[in-house]
Write a new protein. Structure first.
Length: 233
């Protein structure tokens, strides 16, 4: 790992690995993101590399002194024959916060990716803040997935039956693997509130909502175990 650098609210630590991959843990060095903050995170897995990135704890979006929204941008690049596992702990949208989260991924044709996003709307017993999250993934220079979700005050219908239906945890597990070219995933319902969708790319996407973070993680873990979606991580 030639470069590992961070400052401000994000401290980066290389952690022990039980396999051939390099592991990095993101540690929150201070409260963030707060209103008005602009935070960026960038990771590159070069050709043939195997990199797993996680976080030490949940990220909590909080209100700040500024009325401006906070911005958190993640950029991930995965080279030929490389594997990147992006597996942070949940993002919690606290009452009064306003966060714009963007994740952009660029994948080489033979790259592999496991990406998990988990969002919890409000801490225990409180309503959520406002959260806008966009995920854009390009594979071999072509769009693979581009979606934006928004929740909280001022967002029409976010808690209705067509979106969350009263649930407070939402997320997705995206797996991109050249092996899906020969063995594409079958579309199926995984549970009452989770579904597996094959993507042209080659990729598979698990989307789920749940009453809380614990149930959401169990849905993803069950999907990964049953359908072999996280063998590379």
């Amino acid at each position: 790992m030639p470069v590992l650098a961070g400052d401000g609210p994000l401290a980066l630590r290389r952690t022990r690995s039980t396999g051939p991959e390099a592991r990095v843990t993101v540690v929150g060095a201070m409260s963030a993101p707060l209103g008005g903050d602009r935070i960026g995170f960038e990771a590159t897995a070069g050709p043939g590399a195997w990199l797993r990135i996680g976080s030490a704890a949940a990220t909590i979006a909080l209100p700040g002194r500024s009325a401006e929204p906070a911005h958190y941008e993640v950029r991930l690049t995965v080279g030929e024959g490389a594997t990147l596992c992006w597996l942070p702990e949940p993002l919690i949208s606290a009452h009064g916060s306003d966060l714009r989260m963007t994740t952009r991924v660029e994948l080489a044709p033979t790259a592999r990716l496991v990406l998990r996003e988990e969002q919890v709307l409000g801490r225990t017993g409180e309503p959520p803040g406002r959260l806008t999250s966009r995920l854009t993934v390009h594979h071999a220079g072509r769009p693979l997935l581009d979606q934006e979700l928004a929740y909280g005050p001022g967002v029409p219908g976010w808690d209705g039956g067509a979106v969350l239906g009263g649930h407070r945890a939402v997320g997705q597990l995206l797996v991109v693997d050249p092996g899906f070219d020969d063995r594409p995933a079958d579309p199926r319902s995984l549970a009452e509130t989770a579904v597996l969708t094959p993507l042209s790319g080659p990729a598979a996407l698990v989307s789920a909502v749940a009453p809380d973070a614990l149930h959401l993680r169990r849905l993803f873990d069950d999907a990964a175990l049953t359908h072999g979606l996280m063998l590379t991580c």
